[in-house]
Design a protein around this ligand. Structure first.
Ligand code: GRF
Length: 200
């Protein structure tokens, strides 16, 4: 399955997916392109190093979310992909995208807790003892679509946003490739909000 990975930043999850594709012969997703909304995203260099086409679609070049979304979809169609994998992509895509592609996202909290860009900080501020990672299908709301996989991460008393996010990322780097592999292998069955994993 040809997929594009969408990023905004460092791209450590992108790297985990690229590594999985490289070492696992059963990883059925082929990452054919990376789309970034940020020209300085570290992940763009990771894509280039992996020999993958990297494109930038800047939010500031468009007048509205719909126009931006259309440009992202155009880039994705141009890459001839079947699905989008969001890996630290910090823009909300409009309905247009959800109607055209299955889209996966990874969020650094246990949905429905702490949606949005400050999930790690908000978990600490709230005082939860356990937070975690969620991988979900994207719908038109933020960090809201059908949940595919979740894993808990303990919050330690002396955690800062950085130390907690670092432990969360370790889980993400294992979990996201597993989910993308299952998705590309056709093992995720979706009925409304409920996602079932079929046996391999
Ligand atoms: C990850 O923690 C992901 O859950 C969130 O943004 C972060 C991206 O990190 N959506 P990276 O760019 O993959 O290192």
């Amino acid at each position: 399955m040809r997929v594009a990975v969408l990023i905004s930043g460092a791209g450590s999850n992108l790297q985990a997916l690229l590594d999985a594709e490289r070492v696992d012969p059963e990883f059925a997703a082929e990452i054919v392109g990376v789309i970034s909304d940020n020209a300085d995203a570290g992940g763009l260099e990771k894509a280039r190093q992996a020999g993958i086409e990297a494109r930038t679609v800047l939010w500031s070049d468009f007048d509205s979310r719909d126009e931006f979304t259309k440009a992202v979809c155009l880039a994705a169609h141009d890459l001839d992909v079947e699905a989008l994998v969001l890996a630290g992509f910090m823009r909300v895509l409009g309905r247009h995208a959800v109607e055209q592609f299955p889209i996966l996202n990874i969020h650094p909290a246990l949905c429905p807790a702490f949606p949005g860009a400050r999930a790690v900080e908000e978990a600490l501020e709230y005082g939860v003892k356990t937070t975690g990672v969620t991988v979900h299908f994207v719908d038109e709301f933020i960090d809201h679509g059908p949940i595919i996989a979740q894993e808990p991460v303990s919050v330690e008393p002396d955690d800062t946003p950085d130390t907690l996010h670092e432990r969360i990322r370790k889980v993400e780097h294992r979990l996201y490739p597993e989910v993308v592999k299952a998705f590309a292998n056709g093992r995720l069955e979706r009925t409304g909000r409920i996602v079932r994993w079929k046996r391999p």
